[in-house]
Write a protein that binds this ligand. Sequence first.
Ligand SMILES: [Zn+2]
Length: 300
Amino acid sequence: MALAIVHHPSYAAELPTGHRFPMGKYAALARNLRDEGLLTSENEQLAYPVTRETLLGAHDATYVDAVLNLSLNEAEEKQLGLPLTQTIVERARHAVGGTCLAAELALRHGIACNSAGGTHHAYHAQGRGFCMFNDVAVAIRLLQAQGKIQRAMVIDLDVHQGDGTAQIFANDPSVFTFSVHAENNFPLQKQASDLDFGLEDGSQDEAYMLWLRHLTVRAIKRFRPDIVFFNAGVDIHRDDKLGRLAVSDLGLYAREFFVVQTVRSAGLPLVGVIGGGYSDNVETLSRRHAILFRVADQFG
Ligand SMILES: [Zn+2]
């Protein structure tokens, strides 16, 4: 069976011209995946908007209501980094629902990817750094509440630390959070994941893969999760605007292949979300994100 890919047209919402967030990459990614034959009418799964109740599994009710009622204050909106409009909120609800659906599909088929998600800077009661809700945290809590899984692992390889995810699961032994990131990058004040590895600025393919291989295999063996979530942020790429690391296209491919193969050969369901990636050229950027899908398709 072809790889299940969750998508929704609302992932590519309008932003004011010149906004820093590369919204155009979501439409470009879908276009690329269709051109490559990876996303077709056969395997496309339409994301649904997550409900308030499901969001409350990982988020504070006052915060969720303030977002849904478009009533965050100015400072909160600034910290979020996105304009709080109905369209942007609907987009976030679909992206979170998309990761929940991808998790569901991964349990059924072994692997599934969302063509959005990875909003790992969202805390329990606060949105930050373009992240309104923490899709992976919400999906994990949903599957647990439904009794479909007990233990989950998050492998967060976005160049920025998965601080929101670390905070949400800080006192939860059922979820193992693992983040490999650029130590000197945002957020400067890190949260403690169960396993953190901060790389030096300018780290290249070899150093990156060396640490990743070593830590991942051990973590999976020790923790024995029921499902793994992979944040495949491509902002580790050497040409990324915000990255600070120097991983090549080939290095990205090697990373995606290593994670997917390691998790699948351990017999564990894998959910891929795209995470961050920043460039003024959304075409080039979307091709970096497409690598995850190309690799995952070989295991679909
Ligand atoms: Zn990032």
